[in-house]
Design a protein around this ligand. Structure first.
Ligand code: GTP
Ligand code: MG
Length: 322
């Protein structure tokens, strides 16, 4: 381990914002070689409360997060935001605008905002995200908001692994409740109907309430909060709903289950990443090439090639981490 790594970790744990920012950049670029760093941070993790926010593109997630931050500043609630964007930085002009908007709100010491984008050369956003959450946690932020657009399984996984999952919907979209049925209903701990000044808010609320009672009574009654994020309306109620869910989880012991879900996801993404790397390396092996040639010639079964591959992948020594 380089002394630079130990020094960076020490500064991060001491609350140095620049050290946290640098760490997140490193993770974005190369999550695969961060084991040593993560080990240094480990004793300082496990204290933050994570809040996942998801919803369709344009639902108002970023505006809502901005309003949550303003509220947090007014109430001295130190809050960090990780905005995950699975889209490439090169194809998405919105990123630049988002970053600039974010920089303005990070002028206050009580908030920290960072947007993260998948890097084609790194392990991808899904591998970096759990490590990033741990880094922000170790840096001493008591609240971590994870914002992500509600498309893609790895993005959904991470909001679902948050302690409180907030799903943002808008009124007036005919198929809104359909999309809720298709997966978001199960993961929501809190529903937000944003743009609630619009027609269709009462109908959407009614539909959601009906959906929520379908499976019979549940220990946690999922609240439906109406917001107008661009006006800062409903934000106090949203923080209250999040705190109520937190209190419920502490008292029921569910918080531990959530933590385990987070760790499971974090380990799973590392395994998947390592496995993909090994697959790509094993693919270049002469034995595998030979087995492939036999397959193409119609002389062996698919499983024969996969057996050779698996053996190469399993016998590979663990790559040293830096
Ligand atoms: N009318 C109305 N507009 C809103 C409200 N909240 C946000 N908006 C607007 O909706 C648009 C999209 O808001 P964003 O916060 O960028 O939405 P997002 O969900 O983060 O979008 P993506 O990051 O692209 O997925 C912006 O023009 C906001 O100003 C609201 O309560 N009412
Ligand atoms: Mg956004």
């Amino acid at each position: 381990m380089s002394s630079g790594t130990a020094d960076l970790a020490a500064r991060l744990v001491a609350g140095d914002r620049a050290a946290l920012a640098r760490t997140l950049t490193r993770l974005e670029r190369d999550a695969a070689h961060s084991a040593e760093f993560d080990r240094l941070l480990a004793p300082h993790t496990g204290r933050a409360y994570t809040i996942g926010i998801t919803g369709a593109p344009g639902a108002g997630k970023s505006t809502l997060v901005g309003a949550l931050l303003e509220h947090a500043v007014r109430h001295d609630r130190r809050t960090a935001v990780l905005a995950l964007d699975p889209r490439s930085p090169f194809t998405n002009g919105a990123i630049l605008g988002d970053r600039m908007r974010m920089e303005r709100s990070t002028a206050d010491e009580r908030v920290f905002v960072r947007s993260m984008t998948a890097d084609a050369h790194g392990g991808g956003l899904s591998a970096a995200t759990p490590l990033a959450v741990r880094a922000v946690d170790a840096a001493g932020w008591p609240y971590i908001v994870i914002e992500t657009v509600g498309v893609g399984q790895s993005e959904l996984d991470i909001v679902e692994a948050a302690a409180t999952t907030v799903v943002v919907l808008n009124p007036g979209w005919g198929d809104e409740v359909q999309s809720v049925k298709a997966g978001l209903l199960e993961i929501a701990d809190v529903f937000v109907i944003n743009k609630a000044e619009r027609d269709g808010t009462a109908e959407l609320r009614h539909d959601l309430e009906r959906l929520l009672t379908l499976g019979g009574p549940r220990p946690w009654r999922v609240p439906i909060v109406l917001t107008q994020a661009h006006e800062g309306l409903g934000i106090t109620e949203l923080w209250e709903a999040i705190e109520a869910h937190r209190a419920y989880q502490m008292q029921s012991g569910e918080l531990l289950t959530r933590r385990e879900r987070f760790y499971r996801l974090a380990v799973r993404t590392l395994v998947q990443q390592a496995w993909t790397t090994r697959f790509d390396r094993a693919w270049q092996d002469p034995d595998v090439k030979g087995a492939m040639a036999a397959l193409v010639d119609g002389q062996s079964a698919l499983a024969d090639v996969s057996d050779v591959l698996l053996e190469k992948m399993l016998s590979e020594r663990r790559q040293p981490s830096v």
